[in-house]
Design a protein around this ligand. Structure first.
Ligand code: 3BY
Ligand code: FES
Ligand code: FE
Length: 424
């Protein structure tokens, strides 16, 4: 909303901003958040303005828009966005909003076009966002140059595309340089999406993230995933056993032999990269722990790469194995509604039915996603009760959740214009 319109209407969230900052300043550290953070419409509106409207968000993979004119669309709350590959392989992101009367421009989830044409009155934009054609009746002094699409910040690295709706997005270069380096062995120009799924969960987006940030629930919930996944989240997990540590050391020397990075790297609490071994004897997150795709990714010579785990707050976690990768994107739809999109990536020359079977490839994470969805939904239902009060996170099992909530609280306070404790 522009400034004049906003001041005429008054910001309906003024009181909510103050109350939210107050709740964050008063919250008990290492405890779950007060109830409104999980179910209140106003706090949700602030999440969309201050977190999803300002931070860098994982949007998709560059392989999803492989050639000139290919595009994907996504919605960040009320803000439709289109990402398109233009001339000279340049990737552009725009608000997916026509400059004539504001219609959504690209309607499909993905596709390929020569120009971006609005379906309402056919205003036509170049792939770089310039308005090329606006019918014949706009008047002689109509200035096409004043009506280009509004750009959205976009950065790419290691095949990942990140967008930010902020006027001045936070710094992200140091993470992107490392991401590029860690993904080099995977040759991300040579991958494709084998299959994808989107599931809508009746839970606040923070419950989806909190659930992902710990494996405290894994033993009780994820039999398929535990065929291959170790319960330790990091190589420096406080619970790591001597056996696990010696497996880690053995695998790290194998990975060194392949010149594949594995070191744990953190960029504040927003990003973490680390390569961790899978259960000894398994190489992939499949039902039997064996490769789901016969053709390995990139330049890799061995399927035994463990999992390169890449965390990007607020909305993505990822597993890159030797034979395939699984990338996850979380987008809030409402205070208690969230869409989780999962994409399984393989070498682009891998042939379906020959090198991989889609049903086998997706089985473990389909099962895991369905289990996590139930956990998040039940968590939401309990939190909605008048009996809910914030509960303590375990420092040893739930340090990842503590980090996520600290990051969220810190960014929210900063973006609301408050002094934030140095937790981000
Ligand atoms: O593997 C993951 O992505 C997360 C971390 C632990 C539990 N969860 C399934
Ligand atoms: Fe797009 Fe009219 S709203 S051409
Ligand atoms: Fe889980």
């Amino acid at each position: 909303m522009d400034l004049i319109a906003r001041s005429q209407l008054d910001d309906p969230l003024v009181a909510a901003r103050e109350a939210t900052a107050e709740m964050l300043n008063q919250r008990e550290p290492s405890f779950s958040l007060p109830q409104p953070f999980y179910n209140d419409q106003r706090v949700f509106a602030l999440d969309m303005q201050e977190i999803f409207g300002k931070e860098w968000l994982f949007a998709g993979m560059t392989c999803e828009i492989p050639t000139k004119g290919s595009f994907i669309t996504l919605d960040i709350g009320d803000n439709p966005v289109v990402i398109v590959r233009g001339a000279e392989d340049r990737i552009h992101a725009f608000h997916n909003v026509c400059r004539h009367r504001g219609s959504r421009l690209c309607i499909k989830d993905k596709g390929k076009v020569a120009k971006l044409v609005c379906g309402y009155h056919q205003w036509t934009y170049e792939l770089d966002g310039r308005l090329l054609f606006a019918g014949s009746d706009m008047g002689a002094d109509f200035d096409l140059a004043s009506y280009g699409l509004k750009p959205v910040n976009i950065r790419t690295a290691g095949g990942f595309m990140f967008i930010s709706l902020a006027d001045e997005p936070p710094a992200i270069d140091d993470f992107l340089v490392t991401l590029e380096h860690y993904l080099e062995p995977y040759r991300m120009d040579n991958v494709k999406v084998a299959v994808e799924s989107s599931i809508v969960e009746d839970a606040n987006w923070k419950l989806v993230l909190e659930n992902n940030r710990e494996c405290y629930h894994c033993n009780g919930a994820h039999p398929e995933l535990l065929n291959s996944l170790q319960e330790f989240d990091d190589t420096d997990d406080p619970r790591a056993t001597p056996d696990y540590k010696s497996l880690v050391a053995r695998k790290q020397s194998d990975w060194d032999g392949e010149s594949v990075p594995w070191q744990l790297k953190r960029f504040g609490k927003r990003n973490r990269l680390t390569r961790t071994p899978l259960l000894d004897g398994t190489v992939s997150m499949t039902m039997d722990g064996q490769p789901g795709c016969k053709k390995l990714m990139g330049r890799l010579q061995s399927p035994d790469m463990g999992s390169l785990r890449i965390l990007h707050l607020p909305n993505s976690w990822n597993h890159f194995m030797g034979d395939h990768a699984v990338v996850f994107r979380v987008l809030p739809l409402g205070p208690q509604k969230t869409v989780v999109t999962t994409k399984w990536l393989v070498h682009k020359d891998a042939v379906e039915g020959v090198d991989y079977d889609v049903e086998q490839l997706r089985k473990v994470w389909d099962a895991t996603n369905a289990q996590d969805r139930r956990l998040a939904e039940e968590n939401q239902r309990g939190i909605n009760s008048k009996a809910y009060q914030p509960g303590p996170y375990s420092e040893t099992y739930e340090f990842g959740v503590i980090d996520f909530v600290d990051w969220y609280a810190g960014r929210m306070l900063t973006n609301l214009g408050h002094e934030a404790p140095s937790l981000q």
